[in-house]
Design a protein. Structure first.
Length: 104
């Protein structure tokens, strides 16, 4: 499956547009991780535990979106947009959305 943030495919002809596909993941922050991340923020540096969780959530949202496109018969998703939203004090939602297409 070809995935791109562009709205067209260079040197490829799009034969069919299937429409919007999306994937969503909601993750909760662990209190212990919050505490350690807070300490790391005070002394500087990156929070590796949060980065791993965000990467995993992004990959899950993209996987869900790709599965929808495959079911429709698409072989590419164009115009992909990733969004990150906080829900309350300890939840994060990651959304991946794009247009499923078949190209030749």
């Amino acid at each position: 499956m070809l995935l791109t943030t562009t709205s067209s495919l260079q040197d490829k002809e799009i034969e069919q547009y299937y429409g919007l596909v999306s994937g969503e993941t909601i993750i909760g922050a662990n209190i212990f991780k919050d505490f350690l991340a807070g300490i790391r923020d005070i002394v500087g540096g990156r929070s590796g535990s949060y980065e791993r969780v965000l990467k995993q959530a992004k990959e899950e949202a993209i996987r869900e979106m790709t599965e929808q496109a495959t079911i429709l018969g698409a072989n590419a998703i164009i115009a992909i947009d990733l969004d990150y939203e906080t829900i309350g004090d300890s939840m994060l939602m990651v959304t991946a959305a794009g247009t499923a297409v078949r190209y030749r």
